[in-house]
Design a protein around this ligand. Structure first.
Ligand code: SAM
Length: 295
């Protein structure tokens, strides 16, 4: 519901209540800062930042002079304690990450829990977020979606995470790094088949914002033809059982070749590796991973 404009104005002129303010900042376009975020950043006693130098650029742009302190994954525990003791003394602390919504694949969760445990008020100050921005423009279902953050960096764990996704049409949203996207798309094709529809949202809200939508095999060729894959990106897919031809496991392919062509296991594995365009040792690792999952 929209509040009355005079009420909003009245609240804006009142001093900030004590507590922890989780302030979203832009993910690329500075116009995406909200009026409320600016007011809170300006009136807080302190801004806890993932990277003080990064946030200082934003503060300079908007002429905000509030003192800053670092709060990042390497000092989250001890810093959360310090900030909580200030909250107990009725401080007004704003928490920001480098970009987007704090606490979403960014530091913040520990501080929020500590602040709540200490009886401090916690206020969300909503704004930009890459996952939701990508989701709403993806064309995929928004009725039911799961945000996973980053996929595991290790190849085997990533493949397992993808294999375990439910195939019920629900949308799955991932953050992904440009240096890993080619491998991840290869895994998606191996797990869900060449026709699996995916959406890749790059450089959201920035000058070169781009949405790539289509079967994973097509997107892989498109990206392979580029000199480099750059920029921040969100990957989305909504697998279902209909229409997705799932590739057989390596173990099943090896067994089939042993039976149909009389090959021994080593030669069958070599053949599967060649057909999949991967090395023998990678095929062997994958076979071991499949077997360990079955145990
Ligand atoms: N807290 C942030 C948020 O609310 O979106 C996310 C921080 S996480 C460390 C950074 C990841 O978010 C990037 O690797 C990328 O996957 C995604 N991301 C951030 N900004 C983006 C943008 N402008 N376009 C696409 N993806 C973005």
């Amino acid at each position: 519901m929209v509040t009355d404009a005079s009420q909003t104005k009245e609240r804006a002129t009142q001093p900030l209540a004590p507590g922890l303010y989780l302030v979203a900042t832009p993910i690329g376009n500075l116009e995406d800062i909200t009026l409320r975020a600016l007011r809170i950043l300006e009136s807080a006693d302190l801004i806890a930042c993932e990277d003080t130098r990064q946030t200082q650029k934003l503060l300079n742009h908007f002429g905000i002079q509030t003192p800053t302190v670092s709060y990042h994954m390497h000092n989250e525990g001890p810093r959360a304690e310090e900030l909580t003791s200030r909250l107990k003394q009725d401080a007004r602390i704003a928490l920001v990450s480098d970009a987007g919504t704090p606490g979403i694949s960014d530091p913040g969760v520990e501080l929020v829990a500590a602040a709540i445990a200490a009886g401090a008020a916690v206020f969300p100050v909503p704004g930009a977020n890459a996952a939701i921005s990508a989701l709403i423009a993806s064309g995929l279902s928004t009725d039911s979606f799961v945000f996973h953050g980053f996929l595991p960096a290790k190849a085997g764990q990533r493949r397992t995470a993808l294999e375990e996704l439910p195939r019920n049409g629900m949308t799955h949203v991932f953050y992904e790094a440009p240096h890993r996207i080619a491998e991840t798309l290869g895994d998606i094709e191996a797990v869900f088949g060449a026709e699996q529809h995916i959406v890749l949202a790059r450089e959201l809200t920035k000058l070169h914002e781009e949405f790539l939508r289509g079967p994973v095999s097509g997107l892989r060729s498109q990206l392979a033809s580029r000199a480099a894959i750059r920029g921040e990106m969100v990957l989305l897919l909504a697998p279902d059982t209909a229409g997705n031809t799932q590739r057989q496991s390596i173990a099943a392919e090896v067994a089939a070749l042993m039976q149909s062509e009389g090959l021994d296991e080593k030669d069958a594995l070599k053949r599967v590796a060649r057909e999949r365009g991967i090395g023998k040792s990678e095929a062997y690792r994958e076979l071991q991973r499949e077997q360990s999952r079955k145990r």
